[in-house]
Write a protein that binds this ligand. Sequence first.
Ligand SMILES: Nc1nc2c(ncn2[C@@H]2O[C@H](COP(=O)(O)OP(=O)(O)OP(=O)(O)O)[C@@H](O)[C@H]2O)c(=O)[nH]1
Ligand SMILES: [Mg+2]
Length: 291
Amino acid sequence: MPVIQWFPGHMAKARRVLQENAPLVDVILEIVDARCPVASSNTELMALVAHKTRIKILNKADLADPGATRAWVEHFRQRGELAVPLDAVKGTGAREVIVAIREAFAPKLAEWTAKGRKPRPARAMAVGIPNVGKSSAINRLVGSRKAVVGDKPGVTRGKQWIRIGGDVELMDMPGILVPKFEDQWDGVLLASIGAVKEEVFDQREVAGLLLPYFWAKRPESVRERFGLESIAPEPERNLEAIGRARGLIRAGGVVEDEKVAAMVLREFREGKVGRISLQVPPTSAGSTLTS
Ligand SMILES: Nc1nc2c(ncn2[C@@H]2O[C@H](COP(=O)(O)OP(=O)(O)OP(=O)(O)O)[C@@H](O)[C@H]2O)c(=O)[nH]1
Ligand SMILES: [Mg+2]
């Protein structure tokens, strides 16, 4: 059985939302999780708006390995794609996002004014799969500048725009994309970053598959937090050892492996296992990417 059982029916709705909103904006901000920017992107949906200017926001950069994030930015840049790291909680990178939107819009604006038309602000919208931080990013970009620009009848069909810089406006609602699964490991990554509901995957399976990866990247954190002295080839043995170390044991001495798995995933999501990137760019996949 696959790790994730998925229902591709949601794809149609996400496609519709994207296609309806794309014509209203100059720039599409695709929010992805910096720890796995490819798995948390829906390349199939984004291909529908390939004609638009797009900026990838590598959000939760505070939880990712800084070296890996730098490598990702460079990787995307080499492919002609804009990528900007963001920590939507602290706001680190928010200014750079606004600058990137302004710069991406500059050629269009120049063309516009050359034709004698009045300059207007750049319009952007945020899209992304669940839990990547779309709402947090919007809040952070808006900051204290809560000024709603208001409806633009006929152009925006009731959409609200918020001014986020002198000459940049952001749609107040993000577009929700569906996660895409190309293989089982994608499913594991998407589950680990909270992009899919916990009911649709087996947390023990996901935690079991991730632990060797955490161990390879941050052995000292895994040892300290979870009390593992070594990593066993059998996932159940690792969960078992963690359960004993952390006291997640039922009467009768049986380790509560579901609780152990849920805890491992939660602590990873909260960044307590250290800054770990789950994907590194193909070119640097073999290199060491510790901070
Ligand atoms: N550490 C860290 N946590 C973040 C960041 N951005 C968002 N979060 C956390 O991630 C969780 C999800 O953030 P949201 O902003 O609700 O994400 P969303 O994409 O709007 O989620 P949905 O609306 O459910 O699809 C929250 O617990 C946020 O506090 C970030 O840059 N760093
Ligand atoms: Mg949200």
